[in-house]
Design a protein around this ligand. Structure first.
Ligand code: CTP
Length: 426
C-alpha cells in the first residue's frame, strides 16, 4: 500500500521513526513528509534512510513531478503523527502552506488518520477540540491521545499513542476507507467501492466488562464478564467511523487502539461516567455486566477471621439501574440519542428467554435490547456469541451469531440502520 506519513513538529516525532519501520517492514511503500518544525526534532536524513525515498517539506522541491498534487493523489492511506495543535488547526481550516498541508487537501477519498500529541491544556482547549470535531465530521480519524507523562513535569492526556497502536489503527482504517457521502453510488459499482463509514462524525459510548464491588481493600464481589463483546463493539464502531468512548470496567482483554478509554471499577463509578458521557453521545451501548447489588458496608481494613466473633454476614444494597436512568435523562432532555441495552437471560419454568427479554425491554425502555442466552458454559469468556436484537419500535426480532466481532458488526449495522431512520442520510 502507498502510504504518506506526515510528521508534525513535536518531540514525539522521534517515536514516529518506529512507526515508519512497522509500515516498511510490513511491506508498505512510505513517503515521509515532515513539517519544517518536525525536522528540528528528527532530521531529513533519518526519514530518507528509513523510508528509502527522498524527503522534502517544500512544494518547491521536485517541482517537475508536481509533488504537491501527486503525493495526495497516489496515497492509499495518510497517517499524521504526531499531529500537533497547529497541524490540526491547519488541516481543519484547509490551509496549504507547506507540502504536508497541500497533500492533505489533495487526498480525495483516501483514509486519513491523525494521531495527536501535545500538552493537555492545548489538547483540551476549545479551539483544538473544535478543530478535531471538524476533522472527524469530514471523515478524518483523529485518535484520542494517550494519557501519561508529558515532556515537562506535567502529565495527562496528550501523549502520542504507542507506534504499534497507531500502526494497528491505521491498517484497520485502510481496510475500511472512507467514502465521502456525496459520491454518487450506482448499483453496478457499489460492489467495487470500499465499505462506507456510517457512523462518521458520531460519538458512541460503550460500556464493557464487569463491575467490581468492594468488600474491603482486597476483596470484591464481581462477575464473569470478560469484556470481549464490549471490546468487539468498540472496534466495530471505530471502524464504522465513530468517535468511540469505552467505559471499561474489569476486562480480560485490552481495549482496542483508537478509542478513548475511561476506566471504572464499581457500578456507582460506571453510573457517573455514563451520565457524564451521555451529554455528548449520539449512541450509548450498555454492554457492561453491572452488579445489581453492592455490599452495604465496605470495610476500610482487611476483614480478618477471628475465633472470638461470629463469621461476617454480607448484606447488600441495590445499585442504581444505569440503563434505565440514561433513558430517563435522555427523555427529560429531549435528546436525540439511541440507547442500546444488553440482557443476559436464562429461561425457566415460568417463561422462556425471549419472554423475559421482552419484559426487560419494556422495563428499561431502551431503543434496542441485545439478548444473550446464558447458561453454565455459554457466552462468558467465549469467543463466539449468539444473540437476538429486540427493538422497542416493535420490528421483528433479528438474530445474529458467530464470533463476537460478527455479532458486534451486526449490532453496529442495526444501530446505523436505526439512526438513518431518524436522520435521513444527506
Ligand atoms: N444494567 C444497568 N444497571 C444495572 C444493571 C444492569 O445499566 N444496575 C444494564 C446492563 O448493562 C445491560 C442491561 O442493564 O445493558 C440489562 O442487564 P441485566 O443484568 O440483564 O438486567 P437487570 O436489570 O439487572 O435484570 P435482572 O433482574 O434480570 O438481573
Amino acid at each position: 500500500m502507498r502510504i504518506v506519513l506526515g510528521v508534525g513538529g513535536g518531540i514525539a516525532a522521534y517515536k514516529v521513526a518506529s512507526l515508519l519501520r512497522l509500515f516498511t517492514e510490513a511491506g508498505h511503500d512510505v513517503t515521509v513528509i515532515p513539517t519544517e518544525a518536525a525536522t528540528r526534532f528528527v532530521g531529513v536524513a533519518t526519514w530518507e534512510a528509513l523510508s528509502g525515498h527522498p524527503v522534502s517539506n517544500s512544494v518547491f522541491d521536485e517541482v517537475h513531478t508536481v509533488n504537491h498534487v501527486r503525493l495526495g493523489h497516489e496515497a492509499e492511506l495518510i497517517v499524521v503523527a504526531p499531529a500537533t495543535a497547529d497541524l490540526l488547526a491547519r488541516a481543519a481550516t484547509g490551509q496549504a502552506n507547506d507540502l504536508l498541508s497541500n497533500t492533505l487537501l489533495m487526498a480525495g477519498g483516501c483514509p486519513v488518520l491523525m494521531a495527536p500529541a501535545m500538552h493537555t491544556e492545548m489538547w483540551q482547549h476549545p479551539a483544538t477540540q473544535a478543530n478535531v470535531e471538524t476533522l472527524r465530521s469530514r471523515g478524518v480519524t483523529v485518535l484520542e491521545p494517550a494519557s501519561g507523562r508529558l515532556t515537562g513535569s506535567d502529565s495527562g492526556p496528550g501523549r502520542l499513542p504507542e507506534p504499534d497502536a497507531i500502526f494497528e489503527a491505521a491498517l484497520a482504517l485502510a481496510g475500511a476507507p472512507a467514502v465521502p457521502a456525496s459520491v454518487p453510488v450506482t448499483a453496478s459499482d457499489a460492489a467495487l467501492l470500499p465499505p462506507r463509514r456510517p457512523l462518521a462524525g458520531l460519538t458512541v459510548t460503550i460500556s464493557a466488562g464487569g463491575t467490581r464491588e468492594p468488600l474491603d481493600p482486597v476483596r470484591f464481589l464481581g462477575n464473569r464478564s470478560s469484556g470481549k463483546q464490549g471490546v468487539a463493539l468498540a472496534t466495530a464502531a471505530r471502524d464504522a467511523g465513530a468517535r468511540v468512548r469505552l467505559l471499561a470496567a474489569h476486562m480480560d482483554v485490552p481495549p482496542p487502539a483508537g478509542v478513548d478509554v475511561v476506566k471504572v471499577e464499581t457500578a456507582l463509578e460506571l453510573r457517573e461516567a455514563a451520565l457524564h458521557a451521555a451529554a455528548d453521545s449520539d449512541v450509548i451501548v450498555m454492554a457492561a455486566a453491572v452488579a445489581d447489588f453492592r455490599p452495604a458496608d465496605v470495610s476500610g481494613t482487611k476483614i480478618k477471621k477471628r475465633d472470638d466473633v461470629d463469621d461476617p454476614v454480607i448484606s447488600l444494597v441495590r445499585n442504581p439501574d444505569i440503563l434505565r436512568e440514561l433513558v430517563e435523562v435522555r427523555d427529560a432532555a429531549s435528546r436525540n440519542q439511541l440507547i442500546v441495552g444488553f440482557a443476559a437471560e436464562t429461561g425457566d419454568a415460568d417463561g422462556d428467554v425471549l419472554e423475559y427479554a421482552a419484559a426487560k425491554l419494556r422495563r428499561k425502555a431502551c431503543d434496542l435490547l441485545v439478548v444473550n442466552h446464558v447458561g453454565q458454559d455459554k457466552v462468558f469468556g467465549e469467543d463466539t456469541n449468539s444473540v437476538v436484537i429486540l427493538s422497542r419500535a416493535g420490528s421483528e426480532p433479528q438474530e445474529a451469531s458467530g464470533s463476537k466481532s460478527d455479532v458486534a458488526a451486526a449490532v453496529i449495522d442495526r444501530i446505523s440502520a436505526e439512526l438513518s431512520r431518524v436522520v435521513p442520510p444527506a
